[in-house]
Design a protein around this ligand. Sequence first.
Ligand SMILES: O=C(CO)[C@H](O)[C@H](O)COP(=O)(O)O
Ligand SMILES: [Fe+2]
Length: 215
Amino acid sequence: MKTLIAPSVLAADFANLQRDVEMINGSEADFFHIDIMDGAFVPNISFGLPVCAAINKHAKKPLDVHLMINNPDQYLEAFRDAGAEWISVHLEACTHLHRTIQRIKELGCKAGVAINPHTSVTLLEDIITELDYVCIMSVNPGFGGQKFIEKTYDKVRQLKAIITEAGANTLIEIDGGVDNSNAAALVEAGASILVAGSYVFKHEDPKEAIRLIKG
Ligand SMILES: O=C(CO)[C@H](O)[C@H](O)COP(=O)(O)O
Ligand SMILES: [Fe+2]
C-alpha cells in the first residue's frame, strides 16, 4: 500500500483557503488534516467548527480531524456534522478514553488516539484493538513548523510490535516535522499515514512535495 498523505491545513494560507483546498483536491494526497487547538490543552488557538465545515464543503477527500482540545467528548458530534470522517483525540486529554473511542465509532467515524512525545506507546496496549489509528506526535502539539523529534522512530517500531502482537489493524500516523528527509524512514519503521504542513505549503510546488513524501 502506498503511504497515505494528510496535508495539514494549519500551514495553508487562510486568506486563500479555497485555493489551497483545491490544491489538495488535485494532488495525490489522501486526506485533509485539520488541526483543532483550544488554547487550553495546547498553548495555541487555530480554528474551529465553522472553518472545518467550510473546508468540508469543498474538500474531495476525507477530513482527518486532530482534536488538541480538553473535553473532546463535548464536541465529537459537532465535528462529525462539520464533516469529520476520521477523528483523533489526545490520550492526555481523555479520562475515559475507551468511552470516547466508542462514541467516535457510534458517530460513524474512524477513531484515533494521538499521543504527545513524552507519552509511552505502551499506554495503548489495552485499547489498541479498538483503534483505527494512532497518531504519534513527532513534535509537541500546538504549532506547525517545529523540528522533528528523532525518538519517534523507536516509538513507531515499538507501537508496530504492539499492534502485530494484538493482531490489530490499527494504522500509525505521524504528525509534526515530516518532510522528504524522514518520510521514507518513518514508513520503513511502520507508519502508514504521514501528516505534513510546513513541508507541503512552503514548497515551491506543493503537489510535488506531496508526491515526494508519498514515495
Ligand atoms: O498537529 C500539529 C501541530 O500540533 C500539526 O498537524 C503538525 O505540526 C503539522 O505541521 P508541520 O508539518 O508544519 O509540523
Ligand atoms: Fe495535527
